[in-house]
Design a protein around this ligand. Structure first.
Ligand SMILES: NC(=O)c1ccc[n+]([C@@H]2O[C@H](COP(=O)([O-])OP(=O)(O)OC[C@H]3O[C@@H](n4cnc5c(N)ncnc54)[C@H](O)[C@@H]3O)[C@@H](O)[C@H]2O)c1
Ligand SMILES: [Zn+2]
Length: 371
């Protein structure tokens, strides 16, 4: 039988070896996951947490495979979408875990996009002071970004991801076959983070993306595999040895100071990936204003994002004042100042004299908002 695993990538998030984990990337991984859980159980039993859209589509088939292999699993689902990544949904998940009498020897399987990964990961981080979680990402965005690195949490009325915890997964299984059901808009939003990884660290991947937009949106297997694997490797490289975002990991926030403000001010009408596209163009424009970046890489970034079908202009109904106020509430504020990471060329970020991010002023950021 063909080995369904295409690559196994090791992540070493911190200095202590016991927290290392593996990302298995492949096709048709359910049987392998069942065998792994039988051979080396992560918990005595499992709760599979997913959203209601994915429940019949991918969660029930997976639960059936696991049960057939003798793995005990109960499923918990909540309505799909960012609007539900909140404390009410979290409370319902936790109450259900208590009802199921899940003990400290239980573990969570988080099957879904970034919303499921963040919320189920946070439930695992806090339930009975923390139980293990396996991340089973089903979107491109979650495979290359959200499932990796241990950030979990949810949104509160005052802002995006303002409550959370670091909780590294025990393992990640990224099954590329699950992407076949992904609507085109979710493919586009996933490529926002792939483009981000390329723009901050890999000019070669950036050129590959430019040359293969149509195949990638079409999920052509060879191109998709290459883009996803390269993107995962960039994220792994950047989060390795910086589990708590004290150093280079902040580079992954490119575009995100503005993106989180856009998401929050729009009431989450604008998705994370779309907001990241708008945010990267705005923050790259700020780098151009400061003379750090030439105009050409900014235009290249904008063309590539638009090629992937992503919006790059912030809608006019989101006021600059509201966006600035949201930026000031962001987690990236240090000593009362809003920070951004800024590019110096396609594939490379600029380094300020100290740290990795630049403090920015209200006027200059407002002037860079892409409209
Ligand atoms: N923790 C992190 O480091 C990190 C990093 C990046 C993004 N995020 C978070 O991730 C979230 C965005 O994630 P997302 O874009 O995956 O959104 P999502 O989880 O909302 O998924 C998007 C939609 O696609 C559906 N879907 C998922 N997989 C599918 C599949 N295989 N087939 C068909 N439909 C499918 C879902 O049901 C949902 O309706 C945001 O909340 C963002 O803050 C977290
Ligand atoms: Zn992001």
């Amino acid at each position: 039988m063909m080995n369904p695993v295409i690559a196994s990538i090791a992540v070493q998030p911190g200095p202590s070896p016991e927290r290392a984990y593996t990302i298995h990337v492949g096709r048709d991984l359910a049987g392998g996951l069942a065998r792994d859980l039988r051979a080396a159980p992560v918990g005595e039993r499992y709760v599979l947490i997913t959203d209601e859209f994915l429940r019949p589509l991918h969660a029930e088939p997976l639960a059936a495979t696991l049960r057939a292999a003798g793995v005990r699993v109960d499923t918990i689902s909540f309505p799909a979408g960012e609007a539900n990544k909140n404390r009410d949904t979290l409370a319902r998940i936790i109450d259900r875990m208590v009802e199921l009498e899940l003990g400290r020897d239980g573990a969570v399987l988080a099957l879904g996009g970034g919303v499921v990964g963040d919320l189920a990961g946070f439930a695992a981080a806090t339930y009975q002071r923390g139980i293990p979680v396996l991340q089973l990402p089903t979107t491109i965005l979650a495979m290359v970004d959200a499932s990796i690195g241990g950030k979990t949490g949810h949104d509160v009325p005052g802002g995006k991801n303002l409550v959370g915890a670091f909780h590294q997964p025990t393992a990640i299984y990224a099954d590329l076959n699950l992407l076949d059901t992904l609507p085109v808009v979710q493919r586009s939003t996933g490529y926002a983070e792939v483009v981000k990884h390329a723009f901050i660290a890999d000019a070669e991947l950036l050129a590959f993306l430019e040359a293969h937009i149509a195949e990638l949106l079409d999920l052509e297997p060879t191109a998709t595999q290459r883009a996803i694997l390269d993107s995962i490797r960039i994220k792994v490289d950047v989060v390795s040895a910086d589990a708590r975002e004290e150093g280079r990991r902040v580079l992954l926030n490119f575009g995100h100071t503005v993106a989180h403000a856009v998401e929050s001010v729009s009431g989450y009408r604008i998705s994370h990936g779309e907001a990241v596209a708008m945010g990267m163009v705005s923050e790259a424009a700020l780098a151009v204003q400061r003379g750090l970046l030439d105009g050409e890489p900014l235009r290249r970034l904008q063309r590539l994002l638009e090629g992937f079908g992503l919006p790059t202009s912030i809608p006019g109904d989101l006021s600059a004042t509201a966006l600035w106020n949201a930026c000031r509430r962001d987690k990236k504020v240090r000593a009362g100042r809003v920070h951004c990471v800024l590019p110096r060329r396609a594939g490379e970020m600029a380094r300020p004299d100290r740290g990795w991010s630049f403090a920015v002023q209200e006027e200059e950021l407002r002037g860079a908002f892409s409209r």
